[in-house]
Design a protein around this ligand. Structure first.
Ligand code: MSP
Length: 509
């Protein structure tokens, strides 16, 4: 069977320029997509922007622009940011794209025709910044449970999606597919807080604003944003279009990467839409934690952040990628600060990885003019070291399967640390003083080059720029994922003067 992998990020609201929090979701998805691609999977990686709704309409009018004009600038800015961060998406979908609009209109009509969408009256509480409707019981102290701001009482004619009809089926599905909602704590939250109390039907159209996809058979209504937004995952692949090749090949998604605050939409509303359309459900929804500053979520509405490009320009895209992936453990929040970023660069990238590469290549040049083969003059200390190199890919594969990206990096850096220790234990500079130890010295350097080569292959998805440099320094032909194992015999002719991979950052006081 052909190996395929379809991964998505949320489509972000282009109400303001994107911040480091948006970068986080996108960096994880990009790294997973790159990993699978390099591992031989036919991969599709989707990201984009969620462009309709009252909030965007309001923002644009405040700026004196038409909504589309306002958004176009933000989307250009976002695409530039993704380029600078090395994000390799296959499509950047915009919910104003014609094919998406057309497909959503067809979905709405189909669900209406089959009785899953019906007309009624909406009464309830609405949080404009979050674009979320809440029931009285979901409010916290009368305020929005997500952002804690005031909500407004609203009432208008609206169409509804019958969530209640599918509740039981969804409960059974979640029960039968324990891997569907990741991590497990989020699954329990969904089941206990949302499913068990019973689902209320969902409002899927509005008449109080016009910046949205028109309902074809009732033009004063526009499709309310979550039905529009969630459908992007299938419309981007050509669902409901003349050409469904991509859809047939890639759906269902292997994983939707989403922030924890929108797991609810992806594990309750989205599956029900798919059930109503008679389509298979995504295999996994991964709800990751947030990057926080002093405990508060980095957010457009709070304004507690800089343009991510400032960090990229100062410290490199790879450093920002590494920090984001390493600092946030599976599903939890992680603190973002420039000091923490610098600490990671110094402790891991410069001291461990950069140092190992420089020392090893330096010694290969000094003692062998950069030319190293394997004389197989082994000692006991080599066995666990070579085993660690050989087993690394199995370990990272398993952790990727569990979406434990931070742990993948930990495992790779464990081998890099072990390599530095191997240098300290074997003391090549002492071996170099003794002519009879020449073969042993070369074996040690060969083993180290193998460690650098194998870790470098596995680091490619996470830090594409720096690994490309190391690849050049090593100058080996064996750079593919299937070669991420200890190779007994190859000839290295390494570069003669590598620049430091990462400079240590001295923080100005
Ligand atoms: N448009 C909806 C998603 C629709 S998906 C069909 C939306 N957009 S958003 O602009 O608010 O972006 C939300 C996503 O950005 C979160 O789910 C999360 O992935 C990411 N993040 C926003 N702030 C974040 C942090 N401070 N930290 C980590 N991720 C954060 O919701």
């Amino acid at each position: 069977m052909e190996k395929k992998f379809y991964i998505t990020t949320p489509i972000y609201y282009p109400s303001a320029n994107f911040h480091i929090g948006h970068c986080y979701s996108t960096i994880i998805a990009d790294s997973l997509a790159r990993y699978k691609k390099l591992d031989g999977f036919d991969t599709y990686f989707l990201t984009g922007s969620d462009e309709h709704g009252q909030k965007i309409e309001k923002k644009a009018s405040e700026a004196g622009l038409e909504p589309k004009e306002y958004i176009d600038k933000i989307v250009d800015n976002a695409k530039d940011l993704w380029k600078k961060l090395g994000i390799t998406y296959d499509r950047f979908i915009r919910t104003t794209d014609e094919d998406h609009v057309d497909a959503v209109q067809k979905i709405f009509k189909q669900l209406y025709d089959q009785g899953d969408i019906y007309k009624g009256e909406y009464r309830g509480k609405y949080c404009t910044p979050c674009e979320s409707f809440w029931t009285e019981s979901q409010l916290v102290d009368g305020n929005c449970p997500d952002c804690h701001r005031e909500v407004q009482e609203v009432s208008e004619e609206a169409y509804f999606l019958r969530l209640s009809k599918y509740q039981k089926r969804l409960e059974e599905y979640i029960e039968a597919h324990p891997e569907f909602i990741q991590p497990e704590s989020r699954k329990n939250e969904m089941v206990n807080n949302f499913l068990k109390p019973g689902l209320e039907d969902l409002c899927v159209s509005r008449t109080s604003f016009s910046w949205g996809i028109p309902v074809t058979f009732d033009e004063k209504h526009v499709v309310y944003v979550w039905l529009d937004a969630l459908s992007n995952y299938i419309t981007a692949l050509g669902y409901n279009s003349d050409d469904e090749t991509l859809f047939k090949k890639f759906w269902p998604a292997d994983v939707h990467i989403v922030g924890k605050e929108i797991v609810r939409f992806h594990t309750i509303i989205w599956p029900i839409i798919l059930m109503a359309l008679d389509l298979p459900l995504p295999k996994k929804v991964f709800g990751h934690g947030w990057l926080v500053i002093d405990g508060a979520k980095i957010a457009k509405s709070v304004g507690n952040y800089k343009d991510p490009r400032e960090y990229i320009d100062l410290y490199s895209a790879d450093a920002v990628r590494y920090f984001s992936l390493r600092e946030i453990p599976f599903g939890s929040d992680g603190n973002f600060s420039e000091d923490a970023l610098i600490a990671r660069i110094n402790s891991d990238l410069a001291n461990v990885w950069g140092n190992l590469v420089n020392r090893t290549i330096g010694m290969a040049n000094k003692y062998f003019n950069g030319n190293i083969t394997n004389p197989h003059t082994t000692e006991e200390i080599d066995t666990p070291f070579i085993e660690a190199i050989d087993n690394l890919k199995k370990d990272t594969d398993a952790k990727i399967e569990e979406l434990q990206v931070s742990k993948v990096l930990e495992s790779i850096f464990d081998v890099l640390r072990a390599s530095n220790k191997y240098i300290d234990d074997t003391t090549p500079w002492t071996l170099a003083k003794d002519e009879t130890k020449k073969d042993r010295l070369e074996t040690v350097l060969y083993n180290l080059l193998e460690a650098i080569r194998v870790t470098n292959i596995l680091l490619k998805p996470f830090m594409p720029e720096s690994t490309a440099k190391v690849e050049k320094y090593l100058n080996s032909q064996n750079t593919r994922f299937e070669e991420a194992k200890f190779i007994e015999n190859q000839t290295y002719q390494v570069t003669d003067s590598p620049k430091p991979l990462f400079e240590r950052i001295q923080k100005e006081q």
